[in-house]
Design a protein around this ligand. Structure first.
Ligand code: PDD
Length: 283
């Protein structure tokens, strides 16, 4: 694990009790995965990390090239034979506990890689269930903040209901995203997803999938949509770094469309997997 310039064993104590990330959730993060041992869309993740840090007035302690090198070094040190995920977290660092920014603090930067268990292709073929929950998060979901409490509670509720994801619905806005994924609907050959903005995390997988869909001539609508529209879709699916492109076949107790993954998600999933190579390393 890289912690502010040093590599230490994962089991070693590393971060101070008064780190603002630990006490206040005052930090931002990224999760990057590998395909064929190479990081997927690395530059997009690092650019988003820089945006998230900027949004909470944190300076990145390292430049782009150094960060990129750290990601590769974390992967080499992990040395897993299969795929890996790289976790990067930047916090406002240790300081006596106060809410306002401390006069002086040195940000804590942590980077490590760990094995990513292979996804079961049968599961992605079969799809999974989701539940609907009100989106009770704050209004800056575009910042990839470590304050994930509502996301954690929502995902736990989903798992207790035998579902893979909680799809969140913001009062007065509509469907936003999942607890750790972006949400798409398909109807009449068109694809719908919530627009970029403060109510969703603009997922790297989301953006790449939209690019691929447009290239393939699949009409895409990025606009607010309601829970009623979601429930009337023939197909619903999720995207995310580790989720890839995953069909939702039930929402609460109702089947989505035929109750089996449909043709649009099948096509987009294949397109995504077939084009992974284009986005490896800096892509
Ligand atoms: N989650 N929305 C939320 C709230 C997320 O936490 C994530 C990612 C996404 C998808 O973004 P991307 O395609 O860039 O992974 C959407 C990561 C994987 C996590 O917290 O583990």
């Amino acid at each position: 694990v890289y912690v502010n310039g040093e590599w230490i064993d994962a089991g070693q104590p590393a971060v101070r009790v008064e780190d603002r990330g630990f006490q206040l959730g005052d930090g931002v993060y990224e999760v990057i995965r590998t395909y064929r041992g190479r990081p997927f869309a690395l530059d997009r993740h690092l650019a988003r990390l820089r945006r998230s840090a900027g949004a909470i007035e944190l300076d990145m302690p390292l430049g782009e090239a150094d960060l990129r090198d750290l990601v590769y070094e974390a992967m080499a040190r992990c040395g897993a034979p299969g795929e890996m995920q790289v976790y990067i977290q930047l916090t406002r660092g240790p300081a006596p506990r106060t809410h306002a920014f401390p006069a002086a603090s040195r940000p804590t930067l942590v980077v490590y890689a760990c094995p990513l268990p292979p996804a079961d292709p049968a599961q992605a073929e079969a799809g999974g269930a989701a539940i609907l929950l009100p989106d009770e998060r704050w209004l800056r979901c575009d910042i990839k903040s470590t304050c994930l409490l509502y996301n954690v509670l929502a995902k736990e509720r989903a798992h207790r209901a035998g579902a893979v994801e909680a799809i969140l619905v913001r009062e007065g806005f509509g469907v936003t995203e999942g607890a750790s994924t972006n949400v798409f609907g398909g109807r009449g050959g068109r694809v719908i997803t919530a627009p970029r903005g403060r109510y969703i995390l603009s997922g790297v997988t989301r953006d790449i999938l939209l690019e691929l869909a447009r290239e393939a001539g699949i009409p895409v609508e990025e606009r607010p949509w309601t829970a009623e529209e979601l429930l009337a879709c023939d197909e619903v699916f999720l995207t995310g770094t580790t989720t890839e492109v995953f069909p939702v076949v039930r929402i609460d107790d109702r089947p989505v469309g035929t109750g089996r993954p449909g043709p649009v998600v099948g096509r987009l999933r294949s397109l995504f997997l077939a084009n992974v190579e284009r986005y490896l390393d800096r892509g």
